[in-house]
Write a protein that binds this ligand. Structure first.
Ligand code: WA2
Length: 283
């Protein structure tokens, strides 16, 4: 192939890749804004009303009916902050005990219908973040303490001291074992000034709204909406640690030939993402 033709394919690939990256980023951004609005909804109708105007059924129905607003998420869940001193009273009110997360990993053979009753009761901790509301597809996380899972814990701690939407690295979700990332927004007791310190934020936090991004399925759906999707191979990586990129989407193979790298911005400056594109067949 002459150098002019190579240059031409390079340009074609670059524009196709950039277009896909932009689309993904836009949809991510739209989803993120609606998650923030949902956090405000919970603050307004659950925490600022006595009695609360939201229960699991109301939350699940609302989340389902507004799912189109969060195109890259496969579900949402809401966890509340419970101090150890409040645990007994909280469990009595809910009618269930707070469960811990890690033990579910060891019991893949268990009957799904008995989930989460088969999970272990959480041992005493200073504080907990049990899920109280969830979209129906994720109702198995209700009563599970999100501070008991590594990725969820880090996200909750970071969300509440920053006041911003924060993202996990891709990890295997409970039950489905699918690869997902979670975007978390903290909910605060009162409206908090934008210059509040991290300590003030931590103290004022009362809950955590999480959106679950099923990258595999949802990126696929997105890319299939584009014509000529056949001709290029797309991979999405979490490159937060440049030495150990985590593949979030696309086939596991290192191709030859020209490839293009488009950066993605998913709103959390701590995490870095890239889209890599190649031609399927040598052009
Ligand atoms: N939701 C659903 N499946 C999961 C999961 C999760 N976290 N973690 C592991 N598997 C309530 O950030 C707060 C939801 C966490 C939010």
């Amino acid at each position: 192939m002459n150098s002019q033709a190579v240059e031409k394919s390079r340009e074609t690939l670059a524009s196709m890749c950039d277009e896909r990256a932009r689309m993904l980023q836009d949809q991510f951004n739209v989803s993120m804004n609606h998650l923030q609005a949902l956090a405000i909804l919970v603050s307004t109708f659950h925490h600022s009303k006595e009695p609360s105007a939201i229960d699991q059924m109301t939350f699940a129905r609302y989340a389902e009916r507004t799912a189109f607003e969060r195109p890259l998420t496969s579900g949402v869940a809401y966890a509340v902050k419970v101090l150890h001193s409040e645990r007994e009273e909280f469990e009595r009110q809910q009618g269930w005990t707070i469960k811990r997360m890690d033990c579910t990993e060891q019991s893949p053979a268990r009957n799904d219908d008995s989930f989460p009753e088969t999970q272990e009761i959480s041992p005493a901790q200073d504080e907990y973040a049990p899920v109280i509301f969830a979209q129906d597809t994720y109702k198995h996380v209700i009563s599970v303490d999100m501070l008991s899972g590594k990725e969820d814990r880090e996200n909750i701690l970071r969300a509440r001291k920053s006041g911003k939407g924060v993202l996990t690295a891709p990890f295997q979700l409970l039950k489905s074992k699918r690869l997902g990332v979670i975007l978390t927004y903290a909910v605060y007791k009162r409206e908090i000034p934008s210059n509040a310190t991290p300590v003030e934020r931590i103290q004022a936090a009362i809950g955590y709204l999480g959106g679950i991004f099923d990258i595999e399925a949802l990126v696929d759906k997105l890319l299939h909406q584009l014509a000529s999707k056949q001709s290029i191979i797309v991979n999405v990586y979490d490159t937060t640690n440049p030495d150990e990129p985590i593949r979030m989407y696309g086939p596991n193979m290192t191709g030859t030939g020209i490839y293009h790298n488009s950066t993605l911005h998913f709103g959390d400056p701590l995490r870095k993402h890239e889209m890599h594109c190649r031609f399927k067949y040598k052009p």
